[in-house]
Unconditional design. Structure first.
Length: 134
């Protein structure tokens, strides 16, 4: 089940749009849901809490990792209307590429997620060494 969640999250991340700027900042969009724990010039660490039935509007994240402090059932919708239903377990973690989405707790329990966003772009892939001539 954990592998299924990670695959769903990865596929969802690939399908989502890239970081859209400050007007889509999750702290602004989800005022009262997001709590900033730490920020510097390289990362931002936040905790988001979804009470049962809670929703957050469309917002964006750069590349980020998530850790479910308290799991639950979460519906995530991309700007093009695609939906992913996640059944996250407490302790699940995943890496997600930059994306834009909205979320809704469709379960009966509170969901808490630790979100760690990277502020730096992904490193460029190293070039393959040139073949030696003989």
């Amino acid at each position: 089940m954990k592998l299924k969640l990670l695959i769903a999250l990865a596929a969802f991340g690939i399908a989502c749009a890239a970081w859209a700027g400050n007007d889509m900042d999750p702290i602004a969009v989800g005022a009262g849901m997001y709590k900033l724990h730490y920020e510097n010039d390289r990362v931002r660490v936040m905790e988001v809490t979804f009470e049962p039935g809670a929703k957050i509007g469309m917002h964006s994240h750069p590349d980020h990792a998530v850790y479910f402090i308290e799991g639950g059932q979460l519906k995530v919708t991309t700007p093009d209307g695609k939906e992913a239903m996640l059944d996250a377990k407490t302790g699940d973690a995943a890496w997600l590429s930059a994306q834009t989405h909205q979320g809704e707790n469709t379960g009966k329990t509170r969901i808490r997620i630790l979100v760690t966003e990277l502020k730096e772009p992904a490193p460029a892939k190293a070039a393959e060494p040139a073949a030696e001539k003989k």
